[in-house]
Design a protein around this ligand. Structure first.
Ligand code: BES
Ligand code: ZN
Length: 618
């Protein structure tokens, strides 16, 4: 009880400030619209030009605008005078803060309507990755892309980089001939590919959803409002793997209300993309590692699509409320999977999510950090990426479904999205709304604010809770026991046709460490080290490493050298760092591969290696 009270107290104080990860003086002034005018310089690997901010003043006495920057070179600031002429303004840059970057402080003589900043990006920025042609699938042209979430947008646009505001934008982007530029806006597949691109985004979005990508890209369309962009070498496989996308949009609409963003396209990035997917409005960015040929990993698409409701339409106000984006989305993801691919797959994914979460609770996340609302004081918001916000958030929604019934929860969610559309909310606002619209009208169900607060601020999984169950994975449990005891031989497992989820489940039950002779047998019979499926790699390689099974060494190198998605490679590096010899290997591989990794990935691995080194010194 005291714990919950203290957590509440912390929460109130943390929220006195609108967003602890931004320097912006949001009480004084907010950006309403951004107008970007930039050139992509692939030779020097930089984006340069200007951004013009249209301001909305909230405090009549304010005379200052504070913007977020990180790794930017600022050339000058101009303000639009009453006479319609631009005049230069003075500015200062604060010292570098290790998390937030540098504040750009602009003093204005009066409350100007427009402010223009001339700037360019530098290699210190973490928001853009520039790839040489050799690192692309077609090897024809260089590639660049952004990853703004959580606070990397400030490294390619000086702005109020906080989800607490919403902006519209337009952009003029120049690129070398033959390179197509796309943004999280109105990409017209038939726009000429002539080196000059215009974009408009007239629906207000949070700034972390600003996105840009450029490369040798072609388009395949599935329906009038949806299709996929990819390099020509990847396009046919992507078009096949994700051909159900239009169906997914319709399924989501039938559950949660209309898709309001007009187009919904996918963009397949090079393998160094640090995430599985990123829900950039109208254009989800997608890792190529989910194209495995059997659609077994398409829940990634249902996830990014679901963000069009939870996240992009109703947005978390700060990164401490991140579960509102990711937890609710993970639940929607699972519901869409169920609707299109059936209960069996949906249940398997729930069981895997549950197991990951319980493992994380047991081994890595202290009780004080197990509440859905995260305390990020002194932390980088990217550290909010955890099974707490994703999986526990998802299981809160499953619990509400169980307690109130599916129809009642679906109704509630539909109303919630309609009520808060194009708004930004806190966990507290969510709590008030759900109390009024779901808890109070259904008092007999015995679930109210006290129960919700236990999820939001307390550890573990509060009761009442019904753990997920999958008959298909449960069958494996029997095979597993028989195989472990030797009653069933390795070929008798009949695993040739197991799905990705079955392999991930099975191997996870052997983790963290297993008899290396048996692993060698598994590898021999089922060729796990040769699997092109990186999710299987993620389940197999750390197990092989921890068990001392050396037959997977080449696979480890191939895995770490060919992909850059953080979730798939960090656990492999982590497993290596657990012995002195492994740590040396990890260091060597990192040195070898780091120039192909994304700057955010480089940072994450460097931090992991530094931590392991410190631990082994002790
Ligand atoms: N919005 C996230 C990606 C993200 C989170 C970027 C935090 C930066 C900071 C995206 O929607 C996501 O959750 N991606 C997951 C997908 C998975 C859970 C299906 C990923 O990348 O693995
Ligand atoms: Zn997400």
């Amino acid at each position: 009880m005291l714990g919950v009270y203290l957590a509440l107290l912390w929460w109130v104080s943390a929220h006195a400030q609108i967003d602890p990860h931004s320097f912006a003086n949001l009480e004084d002034v907010r950006i309403r619209h951004m107008s970007l005018n930039v050139t992509l310089d692939f030779q020097r690997q930089k984006l340069a030009g200007s951004v013009t901010h249209t301001l909305f003043w909230k405090n009549p006495h304010a005379k200052k605008v504070v913007l977020d920057t990180n790794g930017l070179k600022i050339h000058g600031v101009e303000i639009l005078g009453n006479d319609g002429a631009w005049q230069s303004a003075t500015f200062t840059l604060s010292a570098q803060d290790p998390i937030r970057g540098r504040a750009l402080v602009i003093h204005v003589p009066y409350q100007v309507e427009k402010l223009r900043i001339h700037y360019e990006t530098t290699p210190d920025g973490t928001g853009l990755q520039w790839l040489p042609a050799s690192a692309t699938a077609d090897k024809k042209a260089p590639f660049m892309f952004s990853q703004s979430q959580s606070i990397h947008g400030r490294s390619w646009i000086p702005m109020q980089d906080t989800p607490a505001i919403r902006i519209t934008y337009d952009a003029q982007v120049k690129a070398p001939k033959g390179i197509r530029v796309l943004m999280s806006a109105d990409n017209d597949p038939s726009a000429p590919n002539n080196g000059s691109f215009q974009f408009h985004m007239d629906q207000p979005i949070a700034p972390y959803l600003l996105a840009i990508a450029a490369g040798h890209l072609k388009f395949h369309s599935w329906s009038p409002r949806s299709g996929v962009w990819a390099e020509p070498a990847v396009l046919p496989r992507a078009a096949k793997e994700f051909e159900d996308t239009e169906k997914m949009i319709q399924a989501t609409e039938s559950l949660y209300g209309p898709y309001v963003w007009k187009r919904y396209d996918l963009l397949i990035l090079p393998p160094s993309f640090p995430y599985g997917g990123m829900e950039n409005p109208r254009l989800s960015f997608i890792t190529p590692t989910v194209i495995v040929g059997d659609k077994s990993l398409v829940s990634l698409i249902t996830h990014e699509l679901a963000h069009s409701w939870s996240g992009n339409l109703v947005t978390n106000q700060t990164w401490q409320d991140f579960w509102l984006n990711e937890g609710i989305t993970s639940y929607l993801e699972n519901r869409i999977v169920e609707k299109i691919y059936g209960r069996e797959l949906a249940e398997m994914e729930q069981v895997l999510a549950y197991r990951d979460m319980m493992n994380a609770f047991r081994t890595e996340i202290p009780k004080a950090e197990q509440g859905l609302v995260q305390n990020l004081k002194g932390k980088h918001p990217d550290d909010a990426w955890s099974p707490v916000v994703y999986n526990k958030g998802q299981f809160l929604m499953h619990t509400l479904e169980h307690v109130f019934g599916r129809a009642a929860l679906d109704n509630f969610l539909k109303r919630y999205f309609a009520h808060f559309k194009f708004q930004t909310i806190t966990s507290e606002k969510f709590a008030r709304y759900i109390d009024q619209h779901l808890f109070r009208p259904n008092k007999d169900k015995g679930f109210g604010m006290a129960e919700l607060n236990a999820w939001l601020y307390g550890p573990g999984i509060p009761k009442p809770f019904k753990p997920p169950f999958s008959a298909r994975l449960n069958k494996l449990e029997h095979a597993l026991t028989a195989w472990k005891s030797g009653a069933l031989s390795t070929p008798e497992l009949k695993a040739k046709h197991w799905s990705t989820q079955e392999w991930v489940y099975f191997l996870g039950q052997l983790a963290p460490k297993f008899d290396r002779k048996r692993l060698a047998e598994l590898d021999h019979v089922y060729q796990l080290s040769n699997s092109p499926n990186a999710e299987i790699g993620l389940a197999w390689l750390p197990l092989a490493i921890r068990s001392g099974y050396t037959g997977a060494q080449h696979a480890v190198e191939r895995h770490l050298g060919s992909i850059g998605r953080n979730r798939l490679i960090l656990p492999v590096y982590r497993a290596l760092t657990e012995t002195p010899a492994g740590l040396a290997t990890a260091r060597a591989l990192f040195e070898q591969f780091k120039n192909r990794y994304h700057p955010q990935t480089v940072q994450a691995i460097a931090a992991l290696l530094a931590k392991a080194e410190k631990e082994q010194m002790r």
